[in-house]
Design a protein around this ligand. Sequence first.
Ligand SMILES: N[C@@H](CCC(=O)N[C@@H](CS)C(=O)NCC(=O)O)C(=O)O
Length: 213
Amino acid sequence: MTAQLHCFGESGHSYKVALMMQLTGHAWQPVFVDFFGGAMRGADYRALNEMAEAPVLVEDGQVLTQSGVILLHLAEKTGRFMDGDRNEILRWLFWDNHKGSSQFGALRFLMNFLPPEKRPAEVIGWLQGRCKAALKTLDQHLAGRDWLAGDRPTVADLSCCSYLFYPEPFGFDRAAWPGIDAWLGRIQALAGWKHPYDLMPGNPADRAAKEDA
Ligand SMILES: N[C@@H](CCC(=O)N[C@@H](CS)C(=O)NCC(=O)O)C(=O)O
């Protein structure tokens, strides 16, 4: 049965999974989650995912949450993107969930999706420092190697890259990080790569158009 991914365009965590399915040709369809309309706070969504987060993958009667778990599930199903030392791949997946995407996503949310008068300057400043440290870790690791874990792209790369493709500013300037810049270019060159807003429903332009209507 075609896998269903509960997701929305702005969700970098969902993008990791959507990108993996896109690159592997795994059959899937998106189910739009109206995050900005409050859909995740409702009982229906909590019944699907008690953690009230996207992504959720529903496939063959299984309901999977947490992007890292879903990526590993897809790697097993497709036989792709696990070509490397398993511990090294998991090390970067866990790092991403703690120091990478989780912080990039929160900072981007505070700086772009909260109404300007509600943006907490002190928290933003603190988080910018944390994100800069994370970007440094990533950039240094990528100096002199093409992929995060081994000689080929793995789910570690698909996880760690996700927020770095979004256009909304959160203090990440691709040109300032040569290792990351070249690595993102390699990911973009993978056959079938698509930008998050071309892969999943919902994006800031859609919401702005609705507000204007
Ligand atoms: N560690 C989780 C993070 C998921 C997550 O935070 N998703 C965001 C959307 S990108 C979300 O649903 N946030 C809702 C909230 O924090 O209330 C994963 O990797 O799936």
